[in-house]
Design a binder for this molecule. Structure first.
Ligand code: SAM
Length: 250
């Protein structure tokens, strides 16, 4: 492919564009795994993984947007959490929890013995998550500081790990998934909630969308031992893509 054709492909806001960009070959080191391109979507970081450009991390200023009054109507957060069918006693990891809007809804569902671990890389987000939880009287959320390559979760400790509008901004998606996979109990579920790339009418920047096909390509790598189980399509703008951690024998 010529350089001009390649750049045009990058700038074309279609599903095809995300999936047709030359793929990173199977690679074992971070340098081989990722591809950097000087010309790229301004909303992305210029780093590509399996044909997808990684988005910028939402800064702390975005917390106000995460807490906006219209979010329930736009994203149906209550319905999202209901569709996860959480049980009392579940250990839930909200990875990229931000200011904890979804952590708080989930925390209620796992009472009296379960809890939510709110993981984020930004101290300001974690502080706001704690303030919000205190204000709402929620006592079963544990904040944890992660890094760009690690969730800081203990091995085999989590029943359900969820990333709502987060995975596409992981700077090291391979390393994060390898780490999250280790933190899952066998049979535990990993859930990606991402804006539907398949639907051009979904009003969000292109690098903030993901297709189901792309998500499965990234998560169902043999070393993660993760199998797609269902995609729950009840939300107006996002799909809820569910993977299950297989036991070693499966
Ligand atoms: C768009 S916000 C979504 C917040 C929350 N999930 C929600 O929907 O309200 C993305 C969050 O992911 C966090 N994040 C980005 N990369 C991360 C990583 N590697 N580990 C943990 N959190 C991360 C960011 O700091 C930010 O707070």
């Amino acid at each position: 492919m010529t350089r001009i054709a390649f750049v045009l492909l990058l700038l074309t806001p279609t599903l095809k564009a995300q999936e047709e960009i030359a793929e990173t070959p199977a690679a074992s080191t971070a340098t081989e795994r990722y591809v950097w391109n000087a010309e790229h979507d301004p909303n992305g970081i210029g780093k590509f993984y399996k044909g997808r450009e990684i988005a910028h991390v939402m800064g702390f200023a975005g917390a106000v947007w995460l807490e906006r009054d219209t979010r329930e109507e736009e994203e149906r957060l209550t319905l999202l959490v209901k569709s996860l069918k959480l049980k009392p006693g579940d250990v839930v990891a909200d990875i990229g929890a931000g200011s904890g809007v979804i952590s708080a809804i989930m925390a209620e569902q796992v009472l009296p013995t379960g809890f939510v671990i709110g993981v984020d890389v930004q101290d300001e987000m974690l502080l706001r998550l704690q303030e919000n939880a205190r204000r709402k009287g929620v006592t079963n959320i544990v904040p944890i500081k992660g890094t760009q390559q690690s969730s800081s979760l203990a091995p085999s400790s989590v029943d359900l790990a969820i990333m709502v509008d987060v995975y596409h901004e992981f700077e090291f998606p391979y390393e994060m998934m390898a780490d999250i996979s280790k933190a899952m109990k066998p049979g535990g579920r990993v859930v990606l909630v991402e804006y539907r790339m398949e639907d051009p009418t979904v009003p969000i920047k292109l690098v903030h969308k993901m297709s189901q096909r792309q998500a499965r390509k990234e998560v169902e790598q043999p070393e993660f031992n993760m199998k797609w189980t269902e995609t729950i399509d009840v939300l107006p703008r996002q799909h809820i893509i569910v993977f299950t951690k297989q036991s070693q024998e499966e």
